[in-house]
Design a protein around this ligand. Sequence first.
Ligand SMILES: Cc1cc2nc3c(=O)[nH]c(=O)nc-3n(C[C@H](O)[C@H](O)[C@H](O)COP(=O)(O)OP(=O)(O)OC[C@H]3O[C@@H](n4cnc5c(N)ncnc54)[C@H](O)[C@@H]3O)c2cc1C
Length: 287
Amino acid sequence: MLPHFELSQPKSLSEVFGSLAAGKGRPFAGGTILVPDLRGGSETSRRFISLAQIDALRYIKHEETGTTMGSGTTIADILKDQGMVSAAPALVAASDIFAGAMVRTAATVGGNICCGSPSADTVPSLLTLGAAVTLCSEKETRKVPLNEFFLGYKKLILRPDELLTAISWRPLQPGSAHLFYKLARRKGDAITVTGVSVMIAVSGNICSEVRIALGSVAPTVFRADQAEDLLRGQILTSELIEKAAKAAADQCRPIDDNRASAAYRLQTAEALVRRLLTQAWQKASTT
Ligand SMILES: Cc1cc2nc3c(=O)[nH]c(=O)nc-3n(C[C@H](O)[C@H](O)[C@H](O)COP(=O)(O)OP(=O)(O)OC[C@H]3O[C@@H](n4cnc5c(N)ncnc54)[C@H](O)[C@@H]3O)c2cc1C
């Protein structure tokens, strides 16, 4: 049963910041995590601040210098935005396989990032874009690389008086590929068993930039920086890709749960990194 809880309905961002500073509750965006958690008993807070009426958080802006997306952007908004196809192809792929249509209409990117779950599906592709998050309170605004936002399982650098307001990233370079693959027990409405995103930029026949991120195989979504270091500045042969896939798997810290064993997650993480690196290298080399 859904317990009784208070939901304040501010009409402006400054009101939200004021309420957060006064400790009047936690942000409530789409509620697609908070409501099931309240019902299931794992959410113990009883005071929330709704972001539903804050239109200033719901936008996608593409500029020459990059893309900025308000934290209240829903997964359905991403899929409707034509500019995202070139600005963040892997984010579109992740959104396309995210839950079912009903959840996608309510679920926000801000909620997906701030739930801090290792299986949050937008996070791997945002990490491989090199995205940054803007965190605002009544007193301060700070921009932090998304890579530094997660401290541990559901532990964030976000302070209780702060709101994640925006996510931004620079344009993908010409000659780059940006891919995402979600392995789950079925196609729709399933929590990710292993999620991998890869971004490769090719310049003059070498890999000029590479980012690899993995979800559901460690306490947080993370960048496989040791694998990236092996590849940057190199021609990607199948032997080198094999080495990088093993290095990425070495950085995983998977657990056994009711969806998959740790051993299966490890094996699929290595296989998916190998597959996505191979595909991204081929794609980026021919564009
Ligand atoms: C049936 C079902 C299927 C699902 N499938 C998927 C899936 O395929 N992939 C996936 O990744 N997730 C999935 N989810 C989980 C969920 O839908 C997503 O994580 C969603 O993006 C959460 O966003 P929300 O706006 O609903 O967050 P909420 O539930 O409103 O909030 C989640 C957390 O984030 C905090 N928060 C929200 N916005 C902000 C902000 N701007 N600043 C600071 N803190 C904030 C809240 O306080 C809360 O702690 C599924 C959920 C359900 C119920």
